[in-house]
Structures are given as structure tokens and as C-alpha cells.
Ligand binder design. Structure first.
Ligand code: NAP
Length: 351
């Protein structure tokens, strides 16, 4: 993908797992990246970005901004033609979903996009949405036309009390389209990834992706893993998809960015060949009735979630992204091995 701009570009949530690889792509292409972060003085969160910028031809500049602080992205957006809005909390263990998930996702999207609308420079906004804005449970695939999730489908089943993370992403993306439709300043494109896997650039990743994969090596899944229908994509391929969404002249609308229609057990099994002797990688399918019985006690998942996801096939159509954005996907085994190796090296499995 040719990156064609002389102006700076803004990345919100630049400290994040997904954003790290995106910033790397942009710096390596020689761009000036305005990195909006909550705390520009937190060296522990910026070390990897500084390291990349030292080696790359581009330049990184930090700006302090918070999703919940209206107007706080204005300075970071000055002179930028492209805004990548990646910042949004990705965590599932929350006590107060409204405050911890919905508010930052929705008010944050409003904050960033309203500032873009009022700017005199922004031409395109790429929002990191999610497949979670398309579906809540694998069973939703079966209700979709032809049994397959496409960019036409919207999540209609998440709520504040059921899968609030998915609800936050749905409301945030709807807010983005609402703001975009009432203006002509910028074009909006969304990327909608499934579960993101692959190595992190930062040494202390906070993304929920790491909690999920950690359980495949720390013994949580030694008896097996449920065949929980899900999609997966490599973080490096996702970063390239963001770049294509920003710079491809034909990009419009939503893009499902998901390499494989798979399930939790199959994802875990990609680790057996290399790590199966040394780590308690899941090998067997946990029967649905067992997950139904113990899931709520052991991992806090609801029986409704088990019912709607375990042994339910997940299917999404990723052809639009391949066709229009030229997205290519690496093998899942490569993504998982690279991620797991890094988790070992950084001591994530040390007791
Ligand atoms: P992550 O590493 O936890 O990144 C989240 C980012 O959001 C961090 O930079 C965080 O900043 C920032 N953030 C959170 N609350 C904020 C606030 N109030 N103000 C400003 N910044 C705030 O998670 P990730 O996996 O990279 O997620 C990035 C995006 O990808 C999110 O929009 C997520 O919904 C989406 N996504 C992720 C996946 C996945 O499987 N990982 C799948 C689909 C979509 P701090 O460093 O300051 O906390």
C-alpha cells in the first residue's frame, strides 16, 4: 500500500497493543505520527514506541489526551489529514460497565470525531471498531443472512448487562457513523477485527487478548478448551489493514478483518507442535455440559454465554477487505507461536 501524505497523522490510544504495530507501519513509511496518550510522561508505556522511532525514518510526537476529556484531542489533531481512532478499553472483567466501557467508548468516539469534524485538515477517520459491533454470540451467525456475518450485519443482542464490551463497541461505532453522516469534512472507514492475536511491541501489554492466550499456557485449560466459535486475526495484518483503510482511495464503509473462522480449542491447538511438551496446552474439547456447569463458577461466564457459543460455529465473510483493501492473512499457527514465544520470554508464565 502506497502511503501518500506529507501531513502528520494522529493515532489515538498509541500505547495499545493494536496501535503499536500501526504506529510502527506509519513510522517506517516515514510519516510524522501524532501519538495521543493518556500520560506522555509514563516512560514504561512509551519505551517501545521510542525504540521504533529511533530506527525508523518517521517522527513521533506525543500529546496528552483522554477519551473522557472533551476537546483534549484538538492539539494532537492539528495539521493531521488522517485520524486513526484506536483508543477504547478492551477488558471483560468490569464492575461498572457504563463507567468502565460504555462511557469511554462512546463519549470518546464522539470526542475524537467531533474534533475531526471541526478541524480544517482531517480528510479521513479510520475507527478501530470490532466484530463485536457485528455480533455478540456465535449463535448470531446463524441468524445472519446465509448463516454468515458480513459488514451489513449489526450487533442487536449485546446490552449493558450482557456482554457489555460488545455493547460498547456497537454503540461507539453507531455514534461514529451518526457523526460522519452529518458532515462533509472527512470520510469515515471502520475496521472490524475479530480476536486479535500475535506478539505485542510493548513489554507489558494490557489487551484482553493476552489474558485469553495466557490461559492456554498457564494450566487453566489443561483439561481441554471449549469449542467456542470465534474468529482470529494477526495484529500485524490488522495494522496493515488500518493503513490500507486510510490510504486506499476506494475504501468505504466497514471492513471485517478476520483471517479464520475457528474456535478456542483450535486456536489453542496451534501451540501443541512447538510447546505441547513443556506447557499444558489444551488438546481436548471440553464437553458443553461441563462448561455449562463449571464455567460460571470458574471463569465467571454466564450459562447464556455457554449456551450461545460453545459448540456453535462462527462464520464471517472477510472477502470485502481482501478485495478492496488487499488484506492478506498469515497462518494462525505463526501468529500464535510468535505471541506465545514472546509471552514465555517476557515471563508471563512465571509463577
Ligand atoms: P489495549 O492494548 O488495551 O489498548 C487500548 C488503548 O485504549 C490503550 O492505548 C489505552 O490507553 C486506551 N484507552 C483506554 N481508555 C482510555 C481513555 N479513557 N482515554 C484515552 N485512552 C484510553 O487494547 P487493544 O487490544 O490494542 O485494543 C485497541 C482497539 O482494538 C480497541 O478499540 C479495541 O476495542 C479494538 N479491538 C481489539 C481486539 C482484540 O482482540 N485485541 C479485537 C477487536 C477490536 P492506556 O495505555 O493509557 O491505558
Amino acid at each position: 500500500m502506497d502511503i501518500t501524505t506529507d501531513t502528520p497523522v494522529l493515532v489515538t490510544g498509541a500505547t495499545g497493543y493494536v496501535a503499536g504495530w500501526l504506529v510502527k507501519e506509519l513510522l517506517e513509511a516515514g510519516l510524522t505520527v501524532h501519538a495521543a496518550v493518556r500520560n506522555p510522561n509514563d516512560a514504561s508505556k512509551l519505551g517501545h514506541l521510542n525504540e521504533i522511532s529511533r530506527r525508523a525514518p518517521g517522527t513521533i510526537r506525543y500529546f496528552k489526551a483522554d477519551l473522557l476529556n472533551p476537546g483534549s484531542y484538538a492539539q494532537a489533531m492539528e495539521g493531521c489529514s488522517i485520524v486513526f481512532h484506536t483508543a477504547s478499553p478492551f477488558t471483560v472483567n468490569v464492575k461498572d460497565p457504563q463507567r468502565q466501557l460504555i462511557d469511554p467508548a462512546v463519549k470518546g468516539t464522539r470526542n475524537v470525531l467531533e474534533t475531526a469534524k471541526d478541524s480544517d485538515c482531517v480528510e479521513r477517520v479510520v475507527v478501530t471498531s470490532s466484530c463485536a459491533a457485528i455480533y455478540t454470540d456465535a449463535i448470531d451467525c446463524h441468524a445472519a443472512p446465509g448463516g454468515v456475518l458480513t459488514e451489513e450485519v449489526w450487533n442487536e443482542t449485546a446490552s449493558l448487562s450482557y456482554q457489555p464490551y460488545s455493547y460498547s463497541k456497537t454503540l461507539a461505532e453507531k455514534e461514529a457513523w451518526k457523526i460522519a453522516s452529518g458532515q462533509s469534512r472527512f470520510k469515515l472507514v471502520t475496521v472490524n477485527p475479530s480476536l486479535v492475536v500475535g506478539p505485542a511491541l510493548s513489554k507489558k501489554p494490557t489487551s484482553e487478548s493476552f489474558n485469553i492466550v495466557r490461559q492456554m499456557g498457564d494450566g487453566t485449560m489443561k483439561q481441554g478448551a471449549p469449542k467456542l466459535g470465534i474468529g482470529a486475526v494477526d495484529v500485524r495484518d490488522l495494522a496493515k489493514a488500518h493503513v490500507a483503510a486510510a490510504f486506499s482511495p476506494d475504501a468505504e464503509g466497514r471492513y471485517i478483518v478476520s483471517a479464520y473462522n475457528t474456535n478456542l480449542l483450535e486456536i489453542g491447538k496451534t501451540l501443541i507442535e512447538k510447546y505441547g511438551d513443556a506447557y499444558p496446552i489444551p488438546r481436548n474439547s471440553l464437553p458443553k455440559w461441563i462448561v455449562w456447569m463449571v464455567g460460571p463458577i470458574v471463569s465467571g461466564i454466564s450459562r447464556k454465554f455457554v449456551e450461545n457459543n460453545v459448540n456453535v460455529k462462527w462464520k464471517a465473510d472477510n472477502s470485502k477487505g481482501k478485495r478492496v483493501l488487499g488484506i492478506t492473512y498469515r497462518p494462525l499457527q505463526e501468529s500464535m507461536e510468535d505471541m506465545f514465544e514472546q509471552m514465555i520470554q517476557t515471563g508471563m508464565f512465571r509463577k
